[in-house]
Design a protein around this ligand. Sequence first.
Ligand SMILES: [Zn+2]
Length: 126
Amino acid sequence: MTSSLPPLTSRDRRALRTAITDELARVDDQIVALRRTFDDIVEANVNANSDDEHDPDGTTVAFERAQVSALLRQAEVDRDDLRANLDRLDRDDFGVCEVCTGFIGAERLMALPTATRCITCAQRTW
Ligand SMILES: [Zn+2]
C-alpha cells in the first residue's frame, strides 16, 4: 500500500532545510556537551581514588561513562543522518519511503527530519 500524501513542494524543502539545519546545530551542541561530560567523568575518576563523591546507592563512574558514551554515539549517528538528509534534500527521491516508495510527507519530516519511512511503514511491525 502506498501513501497518498502529496510530494514535497519547493517550499516544503526550504522549510525542511531550515529545520534540519537547526536540528543539526542542536545535535552538534549536544555532541560538544557530551564530550565535555565524558572528559569530566574520566578526569574526576583520575583525580579521585575513591567514589566518595558519589551516592553509595547511585551510579558508578563506569556506568556513567557507559551511559554518556552511548548518548554520544547516538548523537553522532543522528548528526550523520541529518547531514546525509541535507545532501539529499534537493534530490527527487528525498522524502520517499524506503519501504513502500510512497511519500513520507512534509509534516512528518518536519517533526522527524531523519525519518526514512512513511508513518504507515514506521508503525508496521515486521
Ligand atoms: Zn511507507
